[in-house]
Ligand binder design. Structure first.
Ligand code: FA5
Length: 339
């Protein structure tokens, strides 16, 4: 029996060495040390042997089993390394070569940063440098955050100023970024100094300065002793950083239910005034809705149309160009990704 085991071990090891791939190795394993393997069979039969043979045969069968197992693992590693080496030989690329189209004389272009994205990032940088946080808010809003908490209860006429896309579940696509003010006040205590930049949606009549999907930046600062002076400083800094010096601006009183007093800021564009933003001191009711005591704290807020600022910056006469996806138009803005 011991001789037979030795012969089996030799035969099994030769089969392992000769195996040329993983499938053959699997078959060799099954033949010799699998559940129904020949060496396994001997191990199972040890109990039926005469008592004096059990020890030596059991030990020899275990050793043979281990030797075959180790040889299988070593051969597997060897085959894998060989396969990887072959892959490296056949699939290598020279990453320093120009792409095939360029080699064939075809000019390939990469993408460009969209002008709205580029300005959004620029504005974020300006506010980060002034110590503001950037916040995000949901596009699908509820009535309370978009209107109610902003002092526009149901049936308030000011709701008509923002034609709303209502959803069948009673929620809506946010019509402005102002709900983020409320969310920020609900979740944090003053001082709160933050901006939110993002998409807003209105069921608008479209023209050169009105889109139905456009972008706003909401900025707000709530603390003790915040005044209109702070607001003007921040707005002036923003406009100075992103626009040319010669843009004329004017501030005029205006009405938004969520600020008191309220203003609008216009800029000159192509010889006419264009409304750029709404702003004012956060209404005491809104502070209360956000859980902030209006007898102790005050704040300013503003909401600016980013698309209109991009028009101004690049002298584009119609903001609808920005969203209609014409690559010939968008490529003019470069933005650093052109290939
Ligand atoms: C608001 O949306 C207020 N939430 C702004 C605000 C915030 C006021 C905080 C006070 C305090 P308004 O509807 O005016 O206000 O829009 C703000 C700016 O978004 C406008 O000045 C304009 O630049 C831009 N805007 C408004 N409607 C459109 C539109 N349809 N297309 C492109 N830009 C628009």
């Amino acid at each position: 029996m011991l001789d037979e085991l030795q012969a089996m071990e030799r035969e099994a090891l030769a089969a392992v060495r000769a195996a040329a791939d993983g499938d053959v190795l699997g078959a060799v394993e099954a033949t010799w040390i699998g559940r129904k393997g020949r060496i396994t069979g001997i191990l199972r039969s040890v109990g039926t042997l005469p008592a004096e043979q059990r020890g030596p045969v059991g030990q020899a069968a275990n050793l043979a089993r281990r030797a075959v197992d180790e040889a299988l693992s070593a051969r597997r590693t060897e085959l894998l390394a060989g396969a990887e080496a072959r892959l490296a030989d056949t699939e290598w690329v020279d990453a320093t070569l120009p792409p095939p189209a360029a080699r064939a004389g075809v000019r390939r272009t990469g993408g460009t940063i969209h002008p709205i994205t580029a300005l959004t990032r620029e504005i974020e940088d300006v506010f980060l440098s002034m110590g503001f946080d950037t916040l995000d808010g949901p596009w699908v809003e509820d009535d309370f955050h978009n209107f109610g908490a902003l002092n526009m209860p149901a049936d308030h006429p000011a709701r008509d100023m923002q034609d709303t896309y209502w959803l069948s579940d009673g929620n809506l696509l946010r019509t402005h970024t102002s709900p983020v003010q409320v969310r920020a006040m609900e979740s944090g205590a003053p001082p709160i100094r933050a901006v939110c930049l993002g998409r807003v949606f209105r069921h608008e009549e479209l023209d050169a300065t009105h889109e139905n999907t456009f972008h706003q930046i909401e900025g707000f600062y709530v603390d003790r002793g915040v005044s209109v002076g702070h607001m003007l400083y921040v707005l002036r800094t923003l406009l100075r950083e992103v626009l040319d010096d010669d843009v004329e601006v004017r501030l005029r009183p205006s009405y938004f239910p969520f600020v008191e007093p309220g203003f609008e800021m216009d800029v000159t564009f192509r010889g006419k005034w264009m409304e750029l933003l709404g702003c004012g001191m956060v209404h005491p009711y809104v502070l209360e809705q956000g859980g902030i005591d209006p007898t102790v704290f005050s704040g300013f807020a503003f909401g600016l149309g980013i698309d209109r600022l991009v028009m101004l910056k690049h002298g584009v006469e119609d903001l609808r160009h920005f969203m209609d996806g014409d690559l010939r138009f968008l490529r003019q803005f470069g933005g650093g990704l052109e290939g």
